[in-house]
Design a protein around this ligand. Sequence first.
Ligand SMILES: Nc1ncnc2c1ncn2[C@@H]1O[C@H](COP(=O)(O)OP(=O)(O)OP(=O)(O)O)[C@@H](O)[C@H]1O
Length: 598
Amino acid sequence: MSSEESKIKKKIESLTLLSLAKRFYRFYRPYFGLDAKNLKRTMLAGGIILGNTLLAFALVFVNTSMASLMGLLLVPGVTYTAFFYAAAQCMAAIVGYGAITGVDAWMASLLGSSLAHSINKKLENRWMKSKGYYGATLLPKSSAQNPSQLISHDNYELNATVTELFDNFLTTVSNFAVGIVGLYMLSVPLELSLFSLSFVLPGYLVISTVIYAVIYNSITNKMGDSLEDLQSKQRKMEGKIQTKINHIKTHAEAIAFKKGTDYEHKSLLDSIKQSRAVQVSVSKIRSLLTFATNLHAEFTSFFAILLCAPNIIAQKLSFASILEIPYHFQNVVNFFTWKSDNFDKVTDCAVSLKRIEDFNATLTKWEKLQEDNRAHLQFSKGNNKAIEIKNLTLKKPDGTLILQKFTQSIPKGKVTLLQAASGVGKTSILRAVAGLSPYASGKISGLSDNMHFIPSHPYFPVQRSLLDAILYPSQKKATAQEIRKIKGLMRELSFNESIINDLEVVKDWFGPHLSDGEKQRIEIISAIMKKPDTLFMDEATSRVDHDAKTDNKGKIERLLKKHLPDTTIVYTDHNPSESGFCDNRIYLSNSRKAMAKR
Ligand SMILES: Nc1ncnc2c1ncn2[C@@H]1O[C@H](COP(=O)(O)OP(=O)(O)OP(=O)(O)O)[C@@H](O)[C@H]1O
């Protein structure tokens, strides 16, 4: 089979109800069972199934009581007592039917929200705990999904719609059963005479209804085949727009400085235009489907009457039976046309499910990559004298080399400067040491758990105070002593009093409230507060002055020596001071070989 053929086959398969049901089954299976965690959901699903079985009986009760009321009205000389009794029966049947429907819908919505909550927790948990937020971008050919839409919106929509569809499908099945039985009971055998031969077709109403339904279903299915693809594209476009807007917000200042408004505007507008083009195609297909389904809705009664015509003409059907036929006909047809009748919702769910499947697949790849890498890059306890790096080889996601067989001994309790030209691999070494490089091999020994890293771009948690940023990621309340110490360090690093007074105020501290150099000084205070055994700093003072007068860089270096006298410090710096801060230098040459010099 050619690749084109197999693609087409895959597409057709992906849209069949059976294959969709299989995918949904695989996806939802872990959320049901008899254990305490899943029992509530299992009971709700059972309740919905039971509710729909009861609905089938309630429906029979509604139909028979209506038919007997009709029959009664046609009897000459009917009494009011008999009429009210029959009417009361009808009322009771209708109210009973309505009540079961209400309880059923309530259980479906409870099930939907319970599933949404549980699945979201799992997705979020997996994304955060496996560091998927970091790793997804490191995968080769990663399409770097934007999970914000998925976690905040798609998953809730998916579960609300799936449970609604599940309930709706069960109702359709129970109505179908009632419809088939009803049509069969009303189906007076059709007698046909052709030439001298006569035929009798028993249950012909059932057979004709099924034939009608199958033909209608195949027509609408063909029309809606491309809807899932288009909706998938539409969601991707929405994700792209969100990403671009977030990007503009994050880099607002740089864009404004670079006078990039028109550039960003055009880029955003292009995405909005593309999304609009997809939306127009989706609307066209939707309107075609609406046309077909509305036509079918009107045709149903007409076709049912046509089917009954021979028996009505032969006066073999009572008036009450004639009234029942379109109703049963509709119920039988609805079963076959269920997917096309709910095409929008079914494809919406299929699209959301696909996005969650892709998201999970990306996380699985990342988890596997980490697992594989654990065997290649080995960490061990080592000795008290030095951090030993042996044969460290680092690669890019596409497999090309960054650094080969780097071997180095870093003395403990000293300050070591890691120097090299830009792009040689200094940050990559720090990533490997932090266990954040999935394409690394070699051996590293002598590290303790108490390490601290200052990344090249300062980090501030969202909607938190400066104090929270300094103590990040600790979630404990700061003690009065800690606050006093932090304020003292801020004064030593020449912070303005107004900033010191705002220490506990929640602000967008990553925004313009602090200069870049101030942000870097906050990171230094954070490191001092952690008292790590080993401190790794990546260009941590690049935005801080070190001229003779103010010398903030010198202040930082003296402060680190004073407060962290026993800490092993390893840092990168393109513009190191000559103040004697570092005890040891490592030069990483372009030929990827390291040389050490004291
Ligand atoms: N995830 C990645 N995907 C692709 N290339 C990568 C990745 N990580 C690192 N590299 C490449 O590895 C090389 C080394 O990068 P690294 O950031 O370690 O350099 P550096 O020595 O710290 O540079 P600088 O001094 O400019 O910060 C660069 O060419 C970079 O593009």
